[in-house]
Design a protein around this ligand. Structure first.
Ligand SMILES: Cc1cc2nc3c(=O)[nH]c(=O)nc-3n(C[C@H](O)[C@H](O)[C@H](O)COP(=O)(O)OP(=O)(O)OC[C@H]3O[C@@H](n4cnc5c(N)ncnc54)[C@H](O)[C@@H]3O)c2cc1C
Length: 462
């Protein structure tokens, strides 16, 4: 066998790559990882982590309002965008260090460099202008925002990457997109006091989520003051003399804003990586094609995370990395499991979801029972906040299995995590019913909805 410099070389120091490098190094293997930007990748530097910090920041105005109902008088509040950006930078800097040093402490080598493939076993480390060799290679280069290059004036737009670090908070913002990133940013900017418009080409925001949740979130966002325009797209973006932007929509409207943000999907980072030289096959949208074990068509080259465009979520990238290690280094071939993934939209209110939507379940099963509760959570009553919470269980009537659970309201993301366990385990509605409630909580509704609200038979509500 040829002698290589490393047992494993990982390209990309994000969620999937760092996990694979750290755990494989801890097995005693010779491991190196290259990151061209900042260790931690999208999630830590320009995704989940800063996003959640900004969600927290944007919720304070409502907390201040609600406090009055509980007897508090809160003085005039003001917000300092630059202070938030600086606090966020400090925290992601801390996490970045942890990500890098974690690999090094496990015995791996971390290169702050772009890396490309020369052939199936040779990697070029650009910053050092040299090549190294590796027995196994893992490509975990992630994805980036779709730049929408066909849109006239697209060069005036920002993406989620820039939205975190704007020099100043805009007064007016238009966001294009109907996925969770667009929806979350619309809520963040609105909460921070920005006049926000969301435009989306589809019929309703958040495709593939349960329609009940999508519609109710849409209505609630509008009630808060976010303008949502569906079934329209940008035709062009023009810069005005005063520096603001005109977004021309396909329905003839022109929206003037200080920033226009595009959140219309993400594309895999596979260009100029040397994948062709190594013989790695790509799919239609440039994603790396992998088999059920995350192996590419080249035997010693593997790929995990967003660059494979399976499910673009951090825990999925990490899970795929852990399965890769089992398969490639522990003699225990393990397929990542992409079924029944609990997830959340950190909108305001949040959506937490796991399993099938009512629409998907009604296509899959002959008859389903829907257990649904819509109520004002206790916290909103004294606050005088007229916002409803929805809990919904989707049950296959024949087997009694709960096949979907959907929550809209405060802490829905936290609930989705816990609901993920019984639903993944295939538990039935009877199991939910015999679980004692925790009182007084909002989540107790999930185990106290004894009668179906309605059923859906062969796709029709009965
Ligand atoms: C705004 C936003 C919010 C999000 N919120 C959530 C959330 O709430 N929950 C959730 O689960 N997921 C969320 N995600 C998705 C999540 O961030 C990704 O699914 C996750 O980061 C994917 O990990 P990865 O390892 O595949 O890629 P990444 O984390 O993108 O890492 C890839 C790394 O590879 C590096 N790289 C690329 N090419 C090279 C090269 N040639 N050489 C060296 N380095 C290279 C990149 O610089 C990058 O650091 C969010 C994403 C965004 C954009």
């Amino acid at each position: 066998m040829a002698e290589y410099d490393y047992d494993l070389f990982v390209i990309g120091g994000g969620s999937g790559g760092v996990r694979a490098a750290r755990v494989t190094a801890a097995l005693g293997k010779r491991v190196a990882i290259a990151e061209e930007s900042r260790f931690g990748g999208t999630c830590v530097i320009r995704g989940c982590v800063p996003k959640k910090l900004y969600v927290y920041a944007s919720q304070f105005p409502e907390h201040f309002e609600d406090a009055a109902g509980y007897g508090w008088t809160v003085g005039e509040a003001s917000f300092d965008w630059r202070a938030l950006v600086a606090a966020k930078d400090k925290e992601i800097g801390r996490l970045e260090t942890i990500y890098r040093s974690g690999v090094e402490r496990a015995g791996g080598t971390a290169f702050a460099s772009r890396a490309t493939l020369i052939d199936a076993h040779t990697i070029r480390i650009e910053a050092e202008n040299r090549t190294v060799t590796a027995d196994q290679i893992l490509v975990a280069t992630g994805a980036r925002p779709n730049p929408h290059a066909a849109l006239p004036g697209h060069e005036h737009c920002i993406f989620s990457d820039e939205a975190f670090d704007l020099a100043e908070l805009p007064k007016r913002m238009v966001i294009a997109g109907g996925g969770y990133i667009a929806v979350e940013f619309a809520n963040i900017f609105h909460g921070l006091g920005v006049e926000t418009t969301l435009i989306y080409r589809g019929l309703e925001i958040l495709g593939r989520f349960d329609m009940d949740m999508r519609k109710t979130l849409h209505e609630t966002m509008e009630k808060k003051g976010i303008r949502i325009l569906c079934q329209t797209i940008f035709e062009k973006i023009e810069r005005r003399l005063d520096g603001s932007l005109d977004a021309h929509l396909s329905d003839g409207q022109v929206l003037t804003a200080d920033q226009v943000m595009l959140a219309i999907g993400r594309i895999p980072n596979t260009e100029n990586l040397g994948l062709e030289a190594a013989g790695v096959a790509l799919g239609k949208t440039g994603e790396i094609m992998v088999d059920a074990y995350s192996r590419t068509n080249v035997e010693n080259i593997w790929s995990v995370g967003d660059v494979t465009d399976r499910k673009q979520l951090t825990p999925v990238a990490i899970h795929e990395a852990m399965c890769f290690i089992e398969t490639a280094f522990k003699g225990n071939p393990t397929k990542p499991d992409h079924e029944t993934i609990a997830t959340a939209v950190f909108s305001q209110p949040e959506i937490g979801t796991v399993g099938l939507s009512e629409e998907a379940a009604s296509e899959k099963f002959e008859e389903i029972d829907i257990f649904r509760a819509a109520f004002r959570p206790m916290r909103n009553i004294l606050a005088g906040r007229d916002e409803k919470m929805i809990m919904k269980l989707v049950v296959d009537k024949k087997s009694g299995r709960v096949v979907g659970a959907h929550v809209l309201g405060p802490d829905a993301g936290e609930m989705a995590q816990l609901l993920g366990i019984p639903i993944k385990a295939g538990l039935t509605k009877a199991d939910f019913d015999r679980t004692m409630a925790v009182h007084p909580t909002a989540a107790e509704e999930l185990v106290t909805m004894y009668q179906p609200s309605y059923s859906v038979r062969n796709g029709k509500k009965v």
